[in-house]
Design a protein around this ligand. Structure first.
Ligand SMILES: [Zn+2]
Length: 66
C-alpha cells in the first residue's frame, strides 16, 4: 500500500498514513489534535531517490490548549 503525507491545518503537524487506494480520498484525522482539517500533500512517498523534502520528524507547535 502506498504511503500518503498529510498536513494538519490546525496544529501544522505532518504525518503519514499508509492507505489503500480506496481510502486515499478520505479525510484522515490528525494524530496530534484529532482535527479533521488535514490536507493530503502531493503524491505518495514511495517514489525514487530525489526527495529533498523535509522529513516528518519535526514536531511543530502543538495545540495551544495542551
Ligand atoms: Zn492537528
Amino acid at each position: 500500500m502506498p504511503m500518503y503525507q498529510y498536513t494538519c491545518k490546525c496544529c501544522g503537524v505532518n504525518f503519514e498514513k499508509r492507505l489503500r487506494m480506496s481510502q486515499a480520498s478520505q479525510t484522515q484525522p490528525c494524530p496530534e489534535c484529532g482535527g479533521q482539517d488535514t490536507r493530503k500533500r502531493l503524491g505518495a512517498i514511495a517514489v525514487t531517490g530525489a526527495t529533498t523534502t523535509t522529513t516528518v520528524s519535526a514536531a511543530p507547535a502543538r495545540s495551544p490548549f495542551t
